[in-house]
Design a protein around this ligand. Structure first.
Ligand SMILES: [Zn+2]
Length: 663
């Protein structure tokens, strides 16, 4: 494996000495909870993604040796009804072409890359190599590369950035290329995508004669940052910064572009440029609006640029947007974007449970954004939310065995919502696949002489401080148990600041270094305990986080949740399922004073901790045929059992409920 190059000495680097960068995926081995999930992706999901892409006839679009499929299916976002209808039956055989197939290949390559690092799979590697060869053959002499615009709609490249995902596709292929290079050492796709990025840089930028555009679906911004970090080429960082700086400027590029192709800019399907966050320049934006995944990808790119350039104007805008999302528009699961209509945000405090769209990709995007906010320094405000989205609203999108997927992640189901094999708009499966397979890179942030531990879990990390190799081993049964032991191994004593997150959900925490208690209050800033010392071989840190159980209540302005309570333990949000509690979950109520109990159940759902309590159930049997009565129903005592939300719909199909009635 070839180690990635550090960024070349650049303006970005000199102004951002305190940047905390994620460790590349191969430098962190995860075990335990995340190890099981990565294994499921490596053993199943990665191969399934490839097979489903082939079944959806995606190879026919990208392979220049085959005749062009030529059937154009216009872009279409599925409604929830359609998604359900397509559901488990849909394997893609009716779809031949799509403008975003390159993005699905990019994410499939990325998932495969990280999976190959985890688990050798020569058959899958050969298949991915063949896909990469097709892209190599498809690439035009000037570097341009888009299976849609080369094979399906030739002659129209760069004419509709607003709607056609052209740069978005490039971004996903870039991310796939970086991952494949990091995981296998193979440069072919990286070289292909550098040539394409060079071509894009020759077409877009502030210089006279270049286009002043950017993509309607953000993604390339964060991808170019990855490319810059992997290659050390600052020109890619500059291009990412250009796309971010240019977004929403006047005259509006999407207006001009529409006129240039003879279209009325006002005849825009989504009516407002809020849909793709180009309604105003990014530094002036203060509300999280529009399509949720696009928003998360944009803010992720902005956070990367804020980190790399030490740009406080971007940082201030991001903090405003973060406040807006987390105080008004975020589900308790870390899900976001309640509406199927725009696949995005609606109005403040509008968080319907049963119809929650909460696309898996949006929660994955929130993980991306939160992790990048940590580039500007450790802050539990971001890391706690990253953890919330990771353990709940994102991995709910993947079945425990890694074979089935959710597109929408509602917080309540009457029994009809289940994971499916594939989708005609298959953005979520490879997105959750790549996130899980790359989970190691979310654990840590590395600065010049500091390491921040953002996530806990059984794992080993390898990194360098001042050119000297250091390893850090975490031993823990997190998230089921909050005891974390950390051992630091270095050949010679090494000075570094270790930042340890103390999550806000934890009511009691204790920290010891080599057996000696540390005053946590004095050591903690922004939710991280900082320990600066010269670390020697065998030094041991013990962090004890009480896995507190909690009742959570929503702001009363959330009309759907008033009078209701959600259960949590540590970072996990819980739900009740029909298979444990019988049907009619809305009839169950949990009294405020009922005692919550936690039970370790090693044989249930891969080994989980369940919660139980004595509640009550409105009895329906003696109600008769009346629809209304002047007397309330009688209630009987019932024992309720809750499981982690991420694990729902892995057993007998049935109802599910996160927000329980209180009473
Ligand atoms: Zn998606």
């Amino acid at each position: 494996m070839t180690a990635p190059q550090p960024p070349a000495s650049t303006k970005a680097e000199t102004s951002a000495k305190l940047a905390f960068r994620p460790l590349p995926v191969p430098q962190v081995d995860v075990r335990g909870f995340w190890g099981d999930r990565v294994d499921a992706v490596a053993a199943k999901t990665a191969g399934i993604l490839y097979d489903r892409c082939v079944e959806a006839r995606m190879l026919e679009q990208i392979d220049p040796d085959r005749p062009s499929p030529g059937v154009v299916i216009p872009f279409h976002s599925p409604s929830p009804d359609e998604a359900d209808a397509q559901g488990a039956e849909f394997t893609g055989s009716t779809v031949t072409t799509q403008m975003f197939w390159d993005s699905d290949w990019g994410k499939t390559i990325e998932t495969a890359a990280y999976s190959l690092y985890r688990r050798r799979n020569p058959d899958l590697e050969k298949k991915i190599d063949a896909v990469i060869d097709m892209y190599g053959k498809l690439q035009q002499p000037d570097g341009y590369l888009s299976s849609w615009y080369q094979r399906i709609q030739p002659g129209l490249r760069w004419t509709n950035l607003r709607d056609c995902h052209e740069l978005y596709c490039a971004g996903h292929l870039i991310e796939g290329a970086v991952a494949y290079y990091q995981a296998t050492g193979k440069r072919k796709l990286l070289d292909i995508m550098c040539r394409y990025a060079d071509h894009i840089a020759s077409m877009f930028g502030p210089e006279p004669g270049k286009r002043k555009g950017y993509c309607g679906h953000e993604e390339i911004e964060l991808a170019l940052v990855k490319l810059a970090r992997a290659t050390g080429e600052n020109k890619y960082m500059e291009l990412a910064k250009y796309f971010i700086d240019q977004r929403g400027q006047q005259p509006h590029y999407f207006d001009e572009e529409a006129r240039a192709r003879g279209a009325d800019p006002k005849a825009y399907h989504f009516k407002t440029y809020e849909y793709n966050q180009s309604h105003k320049p990014v530094r002036e934006q203060d509300k999280v609006v529009g399509h949720a995944v696009r928003a998360m990808y944009l803010y992720s790119g902005m956070a990367d640029i804020a980190t790399e350039y030490g740009d406080d104007t971007l940082k201030v805008a991001l903090e405003r947007l973060w406040d807006d999302l987390t105080t008004k528009s975020l589900y308790v699961t870390g899900g976001l974007g309640p509406s199927a209509h725009n696949e995005g945000f609606t109005s403040d405090y509008d968080l319907p449970n049963e119809t929650a769209y909460a696309e898996t990709c949006a929660s994955v995007g929130l993980v991306f954004w939160a992790s990048r906010m940590l580039g500007m320094g450790p802050n539990a405000r971001y890391a706690d939310m990253m953890e919330r989205a990771l353990y709940n609203g994102s991995i709910s999108g993947l079945s425990l065995d890694g074979s089935l997927f959710f597109y929408e992640n509602p917080l309540e189901s009457r029994g009809g919502h289940h994971r499916w094999k594939w989708h005609r708009c298959p953005c979520c499966p490879p997105n959750i696949g790549r996130m899980v397979a790359s989970i190691g890179s979310y654990f840590y942030g590395l600065a010049d002489d500091a390491l921040a531990v953002h996530l806990y879990g059984d794992s080993t990390a390898r990194f360098e401080i001042a050119g000297r190799p250091v390893s850090l081993v975490q031993t823990s049964n997190y998230p089921w148990d909050g005891a974390v032991a950390i051992e630091i191994e270095a050949e010679t004593p090494i000075a570094l600041t270790l930042y340890l997150r103390v999550p806000a959900w934890c009511r009691n925490a204790a920290l010891k270094v080599n057996g000696k208690m540390v005053d946590l209050d004095a050591a903690t800033i922004d939710g991280y305990a900082a320990i600066r010392r010269e670390w020697r071989r065998g030094d041991r840190v013990e962090l004890d986080l009480e896995m507190s159980m909690a009742r959570l209540f929503a702001n009363p302005q959330v009309r759907q949740d008033i009078g209701r309570v959600a259960l949590a333990r540590g970072p996990l949000i819980y739900c009740v399922e029909e298979t444990d509690n019988g049907g009619g979950l809305h009839c169950i109520a949990l009294p405020r004073e009922a005692k919550l109990e936690a039970h370790s159940e090693p044989n249930l759902l891969g080994g989980i901790v369940t919660l139980s309590a004595i509640g009550s159930r409105a009895e329906t049997e003696n109600w008769g045929s009346d629809l209304y009565r002047a007397k309330p129903p009688a209630a009987e005592e019932t024992k309720l059992k809750a499981v982690p939300y991420f694990a729902w719909d892995n057993r007998d199909p049935g109802e599910m409920l996160v927000w329980l009635r209180e009473g």
